[in-house]
Design a protein around this ligand. Structure first.
Ligand code: NAI
Length: 381
């Protein structure tokens, strides 16, 4: 019998409600698939409001210490406390544990209303670099002494032309950071028999950052994946094809020819836009799962926020967290249980008894609460 420990953070707002059905559904799927031979040991960690009430800290050291030893964790949404001096807990967790790959699979669920004609053609996994780019947090406001100093340096010593009132932001992108992200995408494509990996970048304009990302991706494929990965235009013969697209063209491609794309590997800001746009394209923002991964820790999470206006009202859709749980099952080699979870969600949507965010998107649907929606999915297992 195998037992894996999963650390979980309930989260703020609708967090406790969406967790309500999630653990029973994941446990039941494992039980059904393996008859007790594979189980999970769920261990709660404190973060957010619940942690603040218990310890006076939003992200207690004990939580960080435990996560240092963990390889598997799941979280509900965490509120970013409003006011100066508070960093987003999500960003702190990502940076502390170097969770450099944000992975979001986007696929259509039958019956959901979508803004495009053929949402069913979308079956794409986005690998977004999570630690670099303009998200590095290196910026100075317009007219600040720091911005002025940087501008003076750039004008006087580097010959740049910049308006002295400009706000300044820095966009660092490294070969190592790019390569470890692209490596994840290539490994995934090879493991899952995916046709292609597309490097998405804006290298025509930002040559040494976005263009660097593209080049380092190709270098990695040539150096470490020779014989298994070929470039677009070469004979594929069952191998994974690596190609690249400029980000603005990619948005058009995903709307017009999504079936041509399978795995995207991209920089932080592009990935942020692309993953939300693709999720909206299939009508599934509320159902969209995700994971942030480092070399040791994989942290699965609902991709939505704390939805404060509906918190405590039994209205939240638990689908995103439940489907993130399915991703986790797949990751730990429990693909059969993952399929059971996805099929149970799919059946609940087909039966049209869904939470309010979805009932407004599905013709003829009946609205049920978060709890009942969870019970329906559990019964479908
Ligand atoms: P949000 O995702 O909480 O809400 C956006 C809209 O979607 C709202 O209308 C909300 O009611 C609805 N919604 C979200 N999740 C839903 C669900 N599961 N079922 C039904 N409806 C749902 O985004 P917002 O309002 O920008 O952020 C609220 C708080 O959440 C902020 O403090 C923000 O920092 C935090 N946040 C946390 C994230 C995380 O922990 N990964 C991600 C995004 C936001």
């Amino acid at each position: 019998m195998s037992k894996r420990t999963v650390y979980y953070i309930e989260g703020d707002g609708i967090g406790p409600e969406v967790w309500g059905p999630t653990r029973p559904i994941i446990n039941a799927a494992l039980d059904k698939a393996y008859g007790g031979a594979k189980t999970l040991d769920w261990q709660e960690l404190l973060a957010g409001e619940k942690a603040f009430k218990a310890t006076g800290e939003y992200l207690p050291q004990a939580t960080l210490d435990t996560l240092k030893t963990a390889d598997l964790a799941m979280k509900g949404p965490l509120q970013t406390p409003v006011g100066k001096g508070f960093r987003s807990l999500n960003v702190t967790i990502r940076q502390t544990f170097d969770l450099y790959a944000c992975i979001r699979p986007i696929k259509y669920f039958k019956g959901i209303e979508s803004p495009v004609k053929r949402p069913d053609l979308v079956d794409i996994v986005v690998f977004r670099e999570n630690t670099e780019d303009v998200y590095a947090g290196i910026e100075w406001s317009s007219n600040s002494p720091e911005a002025k100093r940087v501008i003076d340096f750039l004008v006087d010593e580097m010959g740049a032309k910049i308006d002295p009132t400009a706000g300044i932001g820095i966009k660092p992108i490294t070969p190592a950071g790019s390569k470890r992200l692209v490596r994840r995408a290539l490994d995934f494509a090879l493991e899952q028999n995916r046709e292609s990996v597309t490097l998405v970048h804006k290298g025509n304009i930002m040559k040494y950052t976005e263009g660097g990302f593209r080049q380092w991706g190709y270098d990695l494929a040539a150096d470490d994946y020779a014989g298994r990965v070929v470039k677009e235009g070469e004979e594929a013969d069952g191998k994974v094809v690596i190609n690249d697209r400029i980000a603005d063209a990619m948005f058009q491609e995903l709307l017009m020819r999504p079936e041509k794309y399978s795995v995207l590997a991209t920089t932080n800001l592009n990935g942020d836009y692309l993953s939300d746009a693709l999720a909206a394209q299939v009508g599934g923002l509320g159902l969209s799962p995700g994971v942030n991964m480092g070399d040791t820790l994989a942290f699965y999470e609902a991709t939505h926020g704390t939805a404060p206006t509906i918190a405590g009202k039994d209205m939240a859709n638990p689908g995103s967290l439940i489907l993130s749980g399915a991703m986790m099952l797949e990751h730990i080699g429990c693909g059969e249980a993952a399929d059971l979870v996805r099929n149970a969600v799919e059946k609940a949507l087909a039966d049209k008894k869904v939470t309010i965010d979805l009932s407004s998107q599905i013709g003829g649907a009946t609205t049920v609460g978060c709890k009942e929606f969870g019970e329906i999915i559990l019964a479908n297992l």
